[in-house]
Design a protein around this ligand. Structure first.
Ligand code: ADP
Ligand code: MG
Length: 339
């Protein structure tokens, strides 16, 4: 699967080179678009206006730069080296993502856990060689998933338990989309949107002055969506077991692990979407809400409602949305609003 994705990525990049993915226009509201494959997913970055071309190029370069630092599977990355050696002096980027990850872990009472790498490996999600581990091996691996054993002082990170390993896959794309927003602002782009494998973030309004429309995927049928959110200057990030999984003996096993069990989280949700200003927070929280399930997510939101809003899609095929976005989210499905 990973090999296939790599082949596709190369194809896409080659196609882009020849077809001129970057649209060049002189009118102030023309879009500049780049499509590419990175962080194991397809990405599109779009910026409008005269500085858009430079901005999307800088954005793409920044994605490769962050991918090279944060990918736990790549031998050259800072995270790989930290996991291998138990200690490392990190770049500001890696330190910043790790800091956010540890903060989100504490905030969500461990539902978001950046130390799940040993369990991810056991299931084969790190290599693509999928496998259902034994209960015993999961129990053993869970003893290593201890974020309390990770310390970060300024840029110096230390792992104080042998075998504990960091996995930033649940937060890296959100951090990256926020960084692209900074690049857009630095380049004086007033209107831009990125889609990093379903993680969307926007800067400003559309060139015509209206809100962006962000469609939330319907995992039940390709190409359809649960509803459309009108938004600006926000990240809209969805997590769901449908995004990456494998089948064995009639069962489906997905890539979001419940840190309390070591098994794929099954807490009544098909997907969890988080809307927030900060992409890293939105990404980590979408993973965390998916793990928490409906009731815990609602209570968690009540205690943190100034920082984010959410849209949950339950196994009963109902939508549950928080009060802050009820008027901006349009859906044909039954929707319960939480306040
Ligand atoms: P995606 O990356 O597919 O958009 P998520 O943002 O939900 O989806 O991240 C899932 C990734 O996060 C997994 O591939 C794994 O690297 C990591 N992960 C899995 N379970 C957890 C968890 N409970 N807490 C934090 N990270 C996790
Ligand atoms: Mg996430």
């Amino acid at each position: 699967m990973i090999r296939l994705c790599k082949i596709f990525s190369i194809l896409i990049i080659v196609l882009c080179l020849f077809s001129g993915c970057v649209q060049v226009g002189s009118a102030d509201d023309s879009p500049h678009i780049r499509n590419f494959f990175a962080m194991d997913t397809y990405m599109t970055v779009t910026a409008y206006g005269e500085n858009g071309k430079a901005a999307v190029q800088a954005a793409e370069d920044r994605v490769y730069e962050l991918d090279a630092l944060l990918n736990a599977e790549s031998r050259d990355s800072e995270i790989y080296s930290l996991n291998e050696n138990g200690t490392a002096t990190l770049s500001d980027d890696t330190a910043s993502v790790l800091k956010s990850a540890l903060y989100c872990c504490e905030l969500t009472d461990g539902a978001f856990n950046p130390a799940m790498h040993p369990v991810m490996r056991l299931w084969g999600f790190t290599s693509g060689k999928y496998n259902v581990p034994s209960n015993e091996s999961i129990k053993e691996a869970l003893k290593l998933t201890k974020p309390s054993k990770i310390s970060l002082k300024e840029n110096k990170a230390t792992i104080n338990l042998k075998g504990t390993e960091i996995d930033l896959g649940g937060i890296a794309k959100g951090y990256t989309s926020s960084e692209i927003m900074q690049i857009f602002k630095y380049n004086k782009v007033k209107s831009g949107i990125v889609n990093l494998g379903g993680n969307v973030q926007t800067v400003g309004l559309k060139p015509d002055g209206s809100d962006w429309s962000v469609a939330i995927d319907n995992p039940d049928s390709d190409g359809s969506y649960l509803g459309v959110l009108k938004t600006h200057d926000k990240a809209v990030i969805t997590s769901g077991g449908y995004e990456r999984n494998f089948k064995k003996n009639g069962m489906t096993y997905h890539h979001i692990i419940d840190p309390t069990t070591g098994y794929p989280a099954e807490n009544g949700l098909v997907s969890a979407t988080v809307v927030a200003e900060d992409g890293a927070l939105a990404d980590a929280l979408s993973t965390a809400l998916f793990v928490m399930g409906e009731k815990k997510s609602e209570n968690f939101w009540r205690n943190n409602k100034e920082n984010f809003d959410f849209i949950l899609y339950t196994e009963q095929r109902k939508i549950i949305a928080s009060d802050g976005i009820k008027d901006s989210f349009k859906t044909e499905l039954e929707m319960k609003v939480i306040s």
